[in-house]
Design a protein around this ligand. Sequence first.
Ligand SMILES: NC(=O)c1ccc[n+]([C@@H]2O[C@H](COP(=O)([O-])OP(=O)(O)OC[C@H]3O[C@@H](n4cnc5c(N)ncnc54)[C@H](O)[C@@H]3O)[C@@H](O)[C@H]2O)c1
Length: 259
Amino acid sequence: MSEAAALFDLTGRVALVTGAGQGMGVGITRALAAQGAHVVVNDLDPVKAETAADLLAAAGFTAVAAPFDITDAAAVEDAVRRAEDQLGHGVDILVNNAGVPVGMALGSFRELDPAEWRRYVDLNLYGSLNVIHAVIDGMCDRGWGRVVQISSGAGRTGIAFGISLYGASKSGIEGFIRHLSQEVARSGVTANSLALGLMANAVPGDDSSPAVGALARSVPIGRLGTPADVGAAVTFLASDEAAWLTGQTIDLNGGAVTN
Ligand SMILES: NC(=O)c1ccc[n+]([C@@H]2O[C@H](COP(=O)([O-])OP(=O)(O)OC[C@H]3O[C@@H](n4cnc5c(N)ncnc54)[C@H](O)[C@@H]3O)[C@@H](O)[C@H]2O)c1
């Protein structure tokens, strides 16, 4: 019997994941590393970045920490070049996952101080652009690259939840990714957004809590999403096998919204 070919092999690829010190980013780095990628673990918080990179290294994977603020263009450029030197290769896979401003509070547009608007756009639009800018030339020059933008269902669906500026910033970056995908398609680089639905870390309490149970039942699949769900979808988008998939926003939401 012939041996089955391994799908989604990322051996030798360098993957940078932003905001990977906790939450979804941990699942993403874990999944990419398990497929053979060498991982650059970014977070705003240096301790979180170092701890997450150390955990990956302890599990036998290649990982380096790269703490920086994605909204600081010069810091992004410096840190990306340093991480590439450390790993001896340019970034092949970028997962723009940082997207929740520290201390994000819910509030309707009418309640929101205009001084608060900018930080959502700074993080999700300009911050994501800074990181893409630091890696896109290298990807195009080498003729292979993957940009995966972590977005949210709130980028396309209005929700009376008090997250209008967050949703607007996600819509903005999704729009940019569609245009980027067209500009770099002939260079072997794909760019897609992955729009997440209701994830378990967004709801306080564990599976035994009535509030979590009610929310889980509202999802057609019957549970909230996990970092591992996100890691699996990102791994596919980052793979050679996804070479013909670009310019799309893919919903990952347990069937909660179908388009
Ligand atoms: N959790 C959800 O329910 C949910 C739903 C839809 C979409 N998303 C998206 O998934 C992504 C990950 O969400 P999460 O729940 O894991 O977030 P999280 O808040 O648990 O973790 C995000 C990490 O990003 C880091 N970070 C924040 N600002 C940063 C900056 N300027 N530079 C670098 N790092 C920064 C934080 O320190 C934190 O460790 C985000 O883009 C978010 O918008 C999440």
